[in-house]
Structures are given as structure tokens and as C-alpha cells.
Design a protein around this ligand. Structure first.
Ligand SMILES: Cc1ncc(COP(=O)(O)O)c(C=O)c1O
Length: 358
């Protein structure tokens, strides 16, 4: 019988949360609910048949992004979403039985791509308050460690690690690739981009899926040392980015005002939501992203189901006990969320179970 490779057969199935059309407010994927810059849409409307007939040139896009990041084009590889950047790193550095260190709870796709190579996942649990466990990550490094993943700020916690802690990890494992995932950089502003090329094992991943509102276009960035990237390019399909994505990059990056306004509004909505949830007695972790991790304890299931009934999708996080991750939308969307939540929490059977009154 025809059989895929053993590590592939042994991978757990990954199911993306369903795009149920009845759910009209999607707060489960950390997407933008506002969408992209109108300049990107305008550009898309100008594309003609000739442009679509030709294979896209990624190199041009790499120059644009490199210039924006203050890097050389040779230090930038554009990928089909940050997901593809993670996959490339796993395929490039992991042999079967090699080790990859993941701080848990973690973004799911690291495990998916690493498992496919046959590598061993070495989970290092976050501290009790979900902070980055610097000392235990350093201790977990062995001669077989080929990749350490640091997500900063982290998904699903929203917490950012200290720069000195990240540097400590990178410097403690010079023969290990450090995948620093800065998918939520735009909401937080903390980066190690200034260290790129100076630390020979540092790779930084970014995405246009969050603050830029372009998750559907699939654009990610892998920045890393020139010598390493020149090898990684051999693994990467030459036409991995489509022409729509490449044609829109300049407009997306040039409209700084759009991103600044969106980030400012998202942070304001996030802090408003946090204060509302805390006043309902719910624990929230301080977030530097476009989402909040919220502790609902035994109410989690009732809340998820109740929200779904009202057309709102939130993300269950079974890896953080009793927690739900909520993506941040506009102030009006957050108001709808809070009033729906109040309706759920103050149902007689729920409030009596929790000793809550109206
Ligand atoms: C930490 C992190 N990295 C990477 C990604 C993947 O981003 P992309 O849409 O660019 O593949 C996500 C998406 O949610 C994420 O949260």
C-alpha cells in the first residue's frame, strides 16, 4: 500500500477554525476587521490581463520590502504568508530526531511543520504568569537542538519578552537557528531587526496578515543572514507569491498613515475591552498585540457557544486552561462583544452558578 513518510502519517490533523458564514464577526484568527489600505484596493483594480498572464517577479518585491526594513535584498525572502517562512526554516534545518524548542502555549503551525520533518518537539512551558521562560529555554538546548522558536509578542498570550532575554537565548546557542516570529510587531514596536546579520543564527519572520489587513493575499517575510538565506532560496518555489500580492506591496507599505491609524485604534479598542472584561471579574493578560487572552474558567464553553449563537467567533485555547483568545476589532465591534457577553453571563442559570447578580 502506498504510504506517505512516517513522520507525515504520525502528524496530528490540523483543522483551521471553520469559516461558518453565519458567524458575521470573526474574532478568532487575529485578522483585521477593518481591511487593508484603500490604496491597495485601488492598485488591485488597475491590474490587467497582461499582468496576470506573466509569472510574478519576487525579486522586485524583495527590494521594496528590504528597503522598507533597512536591509539588503539578499537578507529578505518573501514567502506565502509567515507560515511558509516557518515551513522553510523547518525543512532547511531539521533532520529526523533533531530537536526544535517551542515555548508553550505556542502558535500551532510550528508543531505542524516541524513534525513533518520527523524532528522532536521539545516544549518548554511558559512561566506561571505565562512570561517567557528564558533560563529554562537556555537549559533545554542540547547538541541536537537545531531551531529555537521565540514568538514576540507571543500568540496566544499577547505577552512580549524582554530584549535582553531574547538576546541571551540567541547568544547561548550559536549553532542553532533562532526563529524570532514578529508577526505582531506593528502593535508592539519591539524588534531585533537591528541585530540582523550581526547575529549569525537570527532569523526574523513578519507578516502582512495582521496590521496590514492582507491575510487573504498571503505575504510573509523571512529576514536572515545573507549566507543562510541564499541556501534557503533553493528550497523556496520561485513563484510562491502571486502577482496580486507582489503588485500591492508598495502601496501597502507606503500608506503609513493607514497603518498608524489602524494600530492606534486597535490598541484603544483592546484596552477598552480589557477594562470592560476586568470589570466583569475576568482575568486578562496584558497584551501587546491585536488580541486578548481571557480566563473564563468553567464558563468557557457556555461563552463560546453563546457567542456563536450571536454570530461571533472567538478562539478556544485548550492549551491555556479555561481561556479564550479574542481578536480586537473596532470599538463598535467590541461594544457588541461586551453586550453579548453580558447577556450570556447574566442568564439566570449562569449567574446563579457564578454567584453573579445583574
Ligand atoms: C505568531 C504567528 N506567526 C505566524 C502566523 C502566520 O501568519 P501568515 O498569515 O502570514 O501565514 C500567525 C498567524 O496567526 C501567527 O499568529
Amino acid at each position: 500500500m502506498l504510504k506517505p513518510r512516517k513522520p507525515v502519517c504520525e502528524m496530528p490533523e490540523y483543522h483551521s477554525p471553520l469559516c461558518d458564514p453565519v458567524l458575521d464577526l470573526r474574532l478568532d484568527m487575529n485578522e483585521s476587521t477593518v481591511g487593508c489600505s484603500p490604496r491597495v484596493l485601488e492598485k488591485l483594480r488597475t491590474l490587467d490581463a497582461k499582468t496576470l498572464a506573466l509569472y510574478p517577479s519576487r525579486e522586485q518585491g524583495e527590494s521594496i520590502v528590504a528597503n522598507f526594513l533597512g536591509l539588503n535584498p539578499s537578507e529578505v525572502l518573501l514567502t506565502n504568508g509567515a507560515d511558509e517562512a516557518i515551513d522553510l526554516l523547518c525543512r532547511a534545518y531539521l533532520d529526523p530526531e533533531d530537536e526544535i524548542i517551542l515555548v508553550t502555549p505556542a502558535f500551532t503551525m510550528y508543531e505542524v511543520f516541524a513534525s513533518a520533518t520527523g524532528a522532536r518537539i521539545v516544549p518548554v512551558a511558559a512561566e506561571e504568569d505565562l512570561a517567557f521562560p528564558t533560563a529554562r529555554v537556555v537549559q533545554a538546548v542540547t547538541p541536537r537542538t537545531r531551531i529555537i522558536v521565540i514568538t514576540n509578542p507571543n500568540n496566544p498570550t499577547g505577552l512580549a519578552a524582554e530584549r535582553t532575554d531574547i538576546l541571551k537565548v540567541i547568544e547561548s546557542a550559536p549553532n542553532t537557528a533562532v526563529l524570532l516570529d514578529e508577526a505582531y510587531f506593528d502593535f508592539c514596536g519591539k524588534t531585533l531587526l537591528d541585530k540582523l546579520g550581526k547575529l549569525p543564527n537570527l532569523f526574523i519572520v513578519r507578516t502582512f496578515s495582521k496590521a496590514y489587513g492582507l491575510a487573504g493575499l498571503r505575504v510573509g517575510v523571512l529576514a536572515g543572514p545573507e549566507g543562510q538565506l541564499s541556501i534557503l532560496r533553493r528550497l523556496c518555489p520561485p513563484f510562491n507569491l502571486n502577482v496580486f500580492a507582489l503588485e500591492c506591496l508598495r502601496e501597502a507599505l507606503d500608506d503609513r498613515q493607514f497603518i498608524q491609524d489602524y494600530v492606534k485604534q486597535t490598541i484603544a479598542s483592546r484596552e477598552w475591552l480589557r477594562s470592560q472584561l476586568e470589570s466583569l471579574g475576568l482575568k486578562c493578560w496584558p497584551s501587546e498585540t491585536n488580541f486578548l487572552l481571557v480566563q473564563f474558567g468553567p464558563l468557557k464553553k457556555i461563552v463560546l457557544q453563546g457567542m456563536n449563537k450571536h454570530g461571533i467567533a472567538l478562539r478556544d485555547r485548550p492549551d491555556c486552561e479555561g481561556c479564550i483568545r479574542i481578536s480586537i476589532g473596532t470599538k463598535a465591534e467590541m461594544e457588541r462583544l461586551v453586550s453579548t457577553l453580558q447577556g450570556i453571563l447574566y442568564q439566570p442559570q449562569v449567574s446563579s452558578a457564578q454567584g453573579r447578580g445583574k
